[in-house]
Write a protein of this length. Structure first.
Lengths: 129, 378
């Protein structure tokens, strides 16, 4: 899958794309494929604060529950309710676009600098497999 | 980790491998849900070689098996198979096993050939194999019985699903119509002699399990997949094995049963014969439990949530914790979140509503049902 060059990544497979001072957050195709049989996602509410490095929710598959880690800090301004529709169709088909999870007004855009570029993330993936 | 003889076959088939009870096993190939649904609608092929396979012979094998197991061996017919439980003196469970009565004919020449004669085969769980092998050896001291552990040299495959008979029939002259449910025979499959073929399984579908010398692993794996191709046969992993058995109401050691639980609490009375004389190990303790009534009961739950209830989560009644979840999943066949739980016997009634606590402020209501969530149409 062609991953957008505009994405920045955490080691734990969360991605960020930036639109002004808003960060759009999701998880990568790799993570979705690893989780496989997705059953549930637990997302924060609009107005919640999230902190870089801390869990902002959970994603669940038949076998396990995984935390979702915040790549940046800020206030949640939009939540993709219904991302689980049709068995998470949007996440599976378009993990970097229609499969987005939350939108956050960033409190500190400098935090983006610490994230991995797409190339570095893909290098990480090929090194561990 | 220990490996079965099918390791490279799993890897070539794109399996995701995991450590299961110290064994390097496939948890899935295409996906747990896909494999589960395939078994229910067509056929799946499972490597179950990690399980223990012990062949007992000698003058006392029947008496011995009656001593260590809760179910009756003495009144089994040749070729019959029974679910059985090995308990300790306290009546709690060391393992659940299948006991196969030998064919009572002339023993064949191969090691497994003894199974054609007067013998008993015990198939036990992979995780309990060392414990059970040691237990049997210890208990066998007073009996004239020989225990031949076939596990390292014999492989085992399970072919499960409505298409299993048509697939296997093309590979053997054994008349599979004559191998009824919970019956077995020994015959030639894919030109290999002395293969044990049983109509058993851990999925709730029709199916067969095959035990054969491990040097024929590739022939059996490839041969079955090739014969099964027109019938949609594909490999299936331990993930699907777990969701299938849970739907079908079958216990898993370490979840519904373990050495803190007795068979009566687990709803396995049908596998226990309290009238045995001499008594089996644990019988006296279970007679007392039967007389006073069980304090806890295993129940099935259908949970009103999208989240899956996992082992260890608390089960509540009117806000108070009364038990715990033993197994849980989202049932691929039924589409609902199902679970088993051990709760006080007094609360084990369908009309009593319970709750499952996922987290501190996340609770879902649970409806009690029979642990057999799914029964195949006959």
């Amino acid at each position: 899958m062609e991953r957008p060059n505009t994405c920045r990544f955490l080691d734990s497979h969360e991605w960020v794309q930036v639109d002004g001072d808003v960060a759009i957050i999701g998880i990568s195709d790799f993570a979705i494929e690893q989780l496989n049989d997705l059953t549930y996602v637990d997302l924060p509410s609009v107005g919640d604060a999230i902190s870089k490095g801390e869990s902002f929710g959970e994603i669940e598959s038949v076998k396990a529950v995984s935390d979702l880690y915040a790549p940046i800090s800020g206030e949640v301004i939009e939540v993709h309710d219904g991302v689980d529709a049709n068995e998470f169709a949007d996440m599976k088909a378009d993990p970097f676009g229609a499969g987005w999870l939350i939108k956050v007004r960033m409190s500190n855009a400098a935090e983006l600098e610490t994230l991995k570029s797409k190339d570095d993330y893909e290098r990480q993936l090929s090194e561990s497999h | 980790m220990q490996e079965t003889v099918f390791k490279t076959h799993h890897e070539s088939a794109g399996a995701r491998m995991v450590d299961f009870a110290g064994w390097y096993m496939p948890v899935q190939y295409e996906g747990i849900v896909a494999e589960h649904l395939l078994v229910r609608s067509a056929c799946g092929l499972f490597d179950v070689s990690h399980m223990g396979r012990l062949l007992l012979t000698g003058p006392d094998h029947i008496e011995f098996v009656d001593r260590i197991g809760t179910n009756s061996r003495a009144d089994m017919k040749p070729g019959q198979i029974r679910y059985n439980l090995v308990c300790n003196d306290e009546g709690t469970i060391l393992d659940d096993i299948l006991v196969y009565a030998g064919l009572g004919k002339e023993a064949g020449e191969s090691r497994l050939g003894a199974f054609r004669g007067s013998a008993t085969m015990i198939v036990c769980n992979a995780g309990n194999h060392p414990k059970i092998a040691a237990w049997l050896k210890q208990q066998a001291r007073e009996y004239d019985v020989t225990i031949d552990d076939l596990s390292a040299d014999y492989a085992m495959l399970a072919l499960q699903g409505p298409n299993s008979q048509v697939i296997l029939q093309g590979l053997t002259d054994i008349d599979l119509n004559k191998v009824k449910y919970y019956r077995h025979t020994v015959g030639t499959v894919m030109t290999i002699a002395d293969v044990a073929v049983s109509r058993t399984g851990y999925t709730g579908e029709d199916g067969f399990e095959l035990i054969f010398p491990k040097e024929h692993a590739t022939r059996f794996w490839a041969g079955l997949l090739q014969a099964g191709e027109p019938h949609d046969l594909k490999p299936a992993g331990l993930g699907a094995r777990d969701t299938l058995r849970l739907e079908a109401g079958m216990p898993l050691y370490g979840h519904e049963i373990d050495d803190t639980i007795n068979p009566l609490e687990a709803g396995l009375d049908w596998g226990v014969r309290l009238d045995k004389d001499p008594p089996f190990i644990g019988q006296r303790a279970l007679e007392l439990v039967k007389a006073s009534g069980v304090e806890r009961k295993l129940v099935g739950l259908v949970i009103d949530s999208k989240r899956i209830a996992r082992q260890g989560m608390e089960v509540k009644h009117e806000g108070r914790t009364v038990g715990a979840i033993m197994s849980g999943t989202k049932s691929p066949t039924l589409g609902t979140v199902i679970a088993t739980a051990l709760i006080p016997a007094a609360l084990a009634k369908p009309e009593i509503a319970l709750e499952v606590e996922f987290k501190a402020d996340q609770v879902a209501s649970a409806r009690q049902v029979d642990t057999t969530f799914y029964k195949r149409a006959k």
